[in-house]
Design a protein around this ligand. Structure first.
Ligand SMILES: NC(=O)c1ccc[n+]([C@@H]2O[C@H](COP(=O)([O-])OP(=O)(O)OC[C@H]3O[C@@H](n4cnc5c(N)ncnc54)[C@H](O)[C@@H]3O)[C@@H](O)[C@H]2O)c1
Ligand SMILES: O=C(O)C[C@H](O)C(=O)O
Ligand SMILES: [Mn+2]
Length: 578
């Protein structure tokens, strides 16, 4: 089968300046988002590349293009319209898209990512315009390798793949989960330095449990119930094998797999292909980092807190493991930790006399500890355990009500309350309410972005405890070191790196402001890369003997930045070659 094998190369001229040697010219060139400069093609390039007459005569600089695009962006009425506008731009001109994003990261992150991406997931089949990424469906299992061969990208290093079974807190979303993979990878580029040509969003369309989607005439996904059991495993196996063959250097980030599959998929492949689960590991790390900062803000240790985690899915389990690890590092033995970390699912506290899924068993509280307790519901657990920290990962909007928040406050002068569920409608409590119910004493961070809260003349910044502060740096470090595996040590290091970065750059906050996302990711990448080298999983020769300063410089030098390179055609080739 004929494909465009390589339609461009990055080369250097004799003076050492980089340029793109392109093998596509004319109209098709204007339709390749990685190559299209649109109105920024110079007159010389237009002549050389057969573009004369196809573009308006005015030549714009990238700056002018950004100005034009930003004006249009501001004219869009709703967040979803803004999202659609930016996605459209991304599908036409990636350099411009990322350059614009870089300039307005605080304003645009909530549009391309959480919370608006949640709406984009739900509306995916209605918003759909251009192809992006790899869509694997049940009909393709036998031919996964061949189909991945149809993807034009030559050197994919970072893959985000979802089976859409638990998107944010909004559940099974069928094919629409593709929007999450796209959104996460945009962050990899804007914050993590991975070039857009090195990223591949993937939808693993194993079907959907949503009858309303199956019956929706406009639905674009496969119309059958979700694969389960062996058929499901065979599907994911086929995908992983195809990735290993076509993109042997790629890292896989598993995203928004429901608790029923998340743990199994993570464990099955983590030593087969370098991979991690963002909701388990990324969320664990970001939450530990924020809780450590919150403890530091009130001059206390994590080991002295009592932590209640509401939600025992991928996120809750990851957070529980990370908090336990953090307490262990502060000197607590596992028996002591058992008195300080409590996890609840929809049936109440996990205790070891209950029947439950395998992955939950290590999270369960020994029955002896809860002897004599008045109950195992959230309010009772907060009271009986003496919770000083309350973390929400249940996707249950509003469940942290006034009595519950006040009960935590009764145990701590400065309670730490993080409603971490996304999107905004699933937030366990609004920051303003939490602050009001605690007379401004609570330390609050949320998963979705919230504006500052002003209460009785005092303004409180609400940190965004979102794994976006972890995964770009973690994944970029794994890419740059060519890690053979993403170890628990690397994930833990990401958490401490973020906490230290926040302490250094924003000492009064739980998390850095989102405009610091790139710097935070770089700090995370440095420490994760160091950990990979120390643990002997870094396969990249060039990083083996670098000191920290050199490693940081190496990371910086590998960052992709949105700018246009000059274009030329292959030597001797005629400009109309396509
Ligand atoms: N802030 C972040 O970075 C971040 C990261 C991951 C997940 N999350 C959020 O956490 C939520 C859960 O995501 P997940 O990936 O763990 O999903 P999941 O499907 O794996 O788990 C959901 C869990 O919620 C719990 N739950 C449901 N109803 C409950 C109830 N009434 N009471 C107590 N617990 C209940 C159950 O224990 C279930 O296991 C989502 O809203 C998601 O957005 C946030
Ligand atoms: O996507 C996010 O905003 C964070 C997290 O991965 C989630 O599933 O909620
Ligand atoms: Mn997620």
């Amino acid at each position: 089968m004929a494909h465009i094998s390589r339609y461009y190369d990055v080369k250097r001229d004799p003076a050492g300046h980089r340029f793109l040697e392109v093998r596509v010219t004319g109209f098709p060139l204007l339709h390749l988002p990685l190559l299209n400069k649109s109105t920024a093609f110079t007159e010389e390039e237009r002549r050389l590349l057969g573009l004369e007459g196809l573009l308006p005569p005015g030549v714009s600089s990238l700056e002018e293009q950004k100005e034009r695009a930003y004006l249009r962006f501001r004219q869009q009425g709703t967040p979803l319209e803004k999202h659609a506008y930016l996605r459209n731009l991304q599908d036409h001109n990636e350099v411009l898209f990322f350059a614009l994003l870089e300039d307005h990261v605080e304003e645009m992150l909530p549009i391309i990512y959480t919370p608006t991406v949640g709406e984009a997931v739900q509306q995916f089949s209605r918003l759909y315009r251009y192809p992006r990424g790899f869509a694997m469906s049940t009909a393709h299992v036998e031919r996964a390798r061949e189909l991945l061969g149809n993807v034009h990208l030559q050197d994919v290093r970072m893959i985000v793949a979802t089976d859409s079974s638990a998107i944010l807190g909004i559940g099974d979303q069928g094919f629409g989960g593709m929007a999450i993979s796209i959104g996460k990878l945009s962050l990899y580029t804007v914050a993590g330095g991975v070039g857009p040509d090195k990223t591949l969003p993937v939808e693993l369309d194993v079907g959907t449990g949503r009858q309303d989607l199956i019956e929706d005439p406009l639905y674009l996904g496969a119309r059958h119930p979700r694969l389960t059991g062996e058929a499901y495993d065979a599907f994911i196996d086929a995908f992983v094998q195809a990735v290993q063959e076509r993109y042997p250097k790629a890292i896989i980030q598993w995203e928004d797999f429901s608790k029923d599959t998340a743990f199994r998929v993570l464990e099955r492949y983590r030593k087969v292909v370098p991979s991690f689960n963002d909701d388990i590991q990324g969320t664990g790390a970001v939450t530990l980092a924020g809780v450590l900062r919150a403890c530091a803000l009130k001059g206390e240790w994590l080991r002295d807190q009592v932590v209640v985690i509401h939600g025992a899915g991928a996120g809750g389990a990851g957070v529980a493991a990370a908090i336990r690890e953090g307490m262990g590092r502060e000197g607590l033995a596992p028996e002591e930790v058992a008195h300080r970390v409590f996890v609840l699912d929809s049936r109440g506290l996990l205790t070891d006399d209950r029947r439950m899924e395998d992955y939950k068993q290590p999270l369960a509280t020994p029955k002896g500890i809860t002897e004599g307790w008045a109950g195992t519901d959230l309010l009772t657990v907060v009271r009986e355990a003496g919770a000083t920290v309350l973390l929400g990962l249940s996707g249950q909007g509003g469940i942290f009500n006034e009595p519950i928040v006040r009960a935590v406050h009764a145990n701590a002068a400065r309670p730490i309350i993080f409603p971490l569920s996304n999107p905004t409608s699933n937030t366990e409590a609004l920051p303003e309410d939490v602050l009001r119910w605690t007379d401004g004493q609570a330390i609050v961070a949320t998963g979705s972005p919230f504006p500052d809260v002003t209460l009785e003349g005092q303004t409180y910044q609400i940190g965004q405890g979102n794994n976006a502060f972890i995964f770009p740096g973690l994944g970029f470090a794994a890419v740059l070191t060519r890690a053979s595996e993403i170890t628990e040590g690397m994930v833990a290091e990401a958490a401490y790196a973020l906490a230290d970065f926040t302490a250094r750059e924003s000492p009064e906050r739980t998390y850095p402001p989102t405009r610091a996302l790139r710097d935070a990711s770089r700090a995370v990448a440095l420490r994760v890369a160091r950990q990979a080298i120390t643990e002997g999983v870094a396969r990249e020769e060039r990083v083996q003997n670098l000191n920290d300063e050199e490693l940081d410089a190496f990371i910086e030098s590998r960052f992709w930045f949105p700018k246009y390179l000059p274009y030329r055609t292959a030597e001797g080739a005629s400009p109309d070659l396509t």
